[in-house]
Design a protein around this ligand. Structure first.
Ligand code: ATP
Length: 441
């Protein structure tokens, strides 16, 4: 970790096509990022890994994809219109804006260096607003959602009535959220447009503490399963001063990012606050009827709320290593878990001639059905391995003269750089079982 600096990650991400600054040719837009060919694959893989773990692997969690634009009353009910604010100060000299809890108000302005130039702190709402329809007046204001959770609460009744789910059950959702963040440094850690992976678990009041503890265990186990180093993850329990006004209890999973320990995901006991608010503001009964007991109640909610784009930064920083090899050579390698690596297997012909190139190309096409593949025939084989190490490809398959004779190939493992001879007929099952058993060296 000591060598993992943000600058190195940013440069690798740009060089190899993981992440670009948004609108770069126009000078860039702060707080917005583009995911390039490898980045979007990594992000989709993390999303799919989460989705499978949270829906397929549980018998009582269903999915949802709510719209980004919602009725403006949603955000009055949720408290975002009145409470979703950060205290801000402006520098009177250069007009730069800062979060007052993140700078020393007695010190000079970090931008222009003027002393004593800050305005009094004012609350600044983080929601982006726009207008819907042809008329731009107060009645047409809508917000870009600042979190995906509210879409889940608002559709709670629809899901209960249409899916035969019974409390306790969960609704999972992945999607974009928007916050007008003022401090957007540290690469993609905090951006104005980002993605969240949230699950709201509806349970009977009184059972909430038990589910809260269950989901904390599940969520930490998820990151271990994704191959993240356990020593780079820890819990942080919210103290009285940090707890949101509606929350009964809250823990963050923190990750050791290059700039230090920071929040990756929140697990919150939100009580019946959200359903209660939407019931009040919409005038619709959102209570749940428990058929076995004929009891009616508003379920409590345990929320697991992770940043998908922040997970991408975690995966990159956790995976990054500059490894000194025998002879003083240094290789850059990304130790992604094979389940999230953008490319799973590269097929490399040792030489192009004598039909070896065609054979390898054909093999690569066959493997496409099972894995994300890549074909590379240019340059020395060692250099091709290094290029694959640098983007985190866990397996390389090399085709050579012997392959033409006995239908075996060399399978090379990224982490250990070990090479084994494998019959082509066993390749798919071998890589599948390696992936299932993968542990970080
Ligand atoms: P902070 O206090 O750091 O602004 P938060 O505690 O308000 O964040 P939540 O509202 O709990 O964050 O959001 C849940 C998760 O969504 C966070 O753990 C984080 O992973 C992600 N997230 C929140 N805001 C951003 C952002 N601006 N950019 C990227 N990810 C974000």
């Amino acid at each position: 970790m000591a060598d993992t600096t943000m600058d190195k990650l940013v440069s690798l991400c740009k060089r190899r096509g993981f992440i670009f600054q948004s609108s770069e040719i126009y000078g860039g837009l702060s707080g917005a990022w583009d995911y390039g060919p490898l980045g979007v694959q990594l992000k989709n893989n993390i999303r799919d890994f989460w989705w499978k773990e949270m829906t397929q692997m549980h018998d009582n969690i269903v999915g949802l994809d709510a719209s980004i634009l919602m009725h403006p009353r949603v955000w009055e009910a949720s408290g975002h219109v009145s409470n979703f604010t950060d205290p801000m100060v402006d520098c009177k000299q250069c007009k730069s804006r800062f979060r007052s809890d993140q700078i020393d108000l007695g010190a000079a302005c970090p931008n222009c260096g003027t002393k004593g130039s800050f305005t009094e702190p004012r609350n600044f709402n983080l929601m982006f607003s726009t207008h819907i329809g042809p008329v731009h007046d107060d009645g047409s204001v809508v917000y870009l959602r600042p979190e995906t959770a509210q879409g889940i609460y608002v559709d709670f009744k629809n899901v209960v009535q249409s899916s035969r789910v019974k409390v306790p059950f969960g609704i999972a959702q992945v999607g974009k959220s928007f916050r007008n963040e003022i401090t957007t440094k540290n690469f993609i850690f905090r951006s104005c447009e980002f993605e969240q992976m949230e699950m709201q678990y509806f349970c009977k009041p009184g059972s909430d503490e038990q589910w809260f503890s269950f989901w904390r265990d599940q969520r930490m186990a998820f990151y271990h399963k994704m191959g993240i180093k356990p020593e780079s993850l820890r819990w942080h329990r919210h103290g009285e001063d940090e707890l949101a006004f509606y929350a009964k209890d809250a823990y963050d999973i923190q990750f050791l990012f290059p700039m230090g320990w920071q929040e990756l995901e929140g697990v919150h006991n939100r009580t019946d606050y959200d359903l209660g608010q939407h019931q009040k503001f919409s005038g619709k009964d959102l209570s749940y009827l428990e058929q076995e007991t004929n009891e009616r109640y508003l379920p409590y909610v345990v929320e697991t709320s992770a940043g998908l784009t922040r997970n991408v930064l975690m995966a990159l920083s956790d995976a990054y290593e500059e490894q000194e090899l025998e002879g003083g050579d240094v290789r850059t390698v990304l130790h992604f878990h094979p389940a999230i690596a953008p490319v799973t297997v590269a097929v490399l012909p040792l030489v192009k001639k004598d039909g070896i190139g065609e054979f390898a190309e054909h093999l690569e096409h066959e493997l496409r059905e099972d894995f994300a593949t890549f074909y590379d025939q240019s340059g020395a084989i060692g250099r091709r391995y290094r290029r694959m190490d640098e983007i985190g490809t866990p397996y390389c398959v090399t085709v050579d003269y012997q392959t033409l004779e006995d239908k075996t190939v060399t399978l090379r493992f990224r982490d250990s750089m070990e090479q084994v001879r494998v019959p082509i007929a066993d390749l798919v099952s071998r890589m599948r079982s390696e992936t299932r058993q993968y542990t970080r060296a």
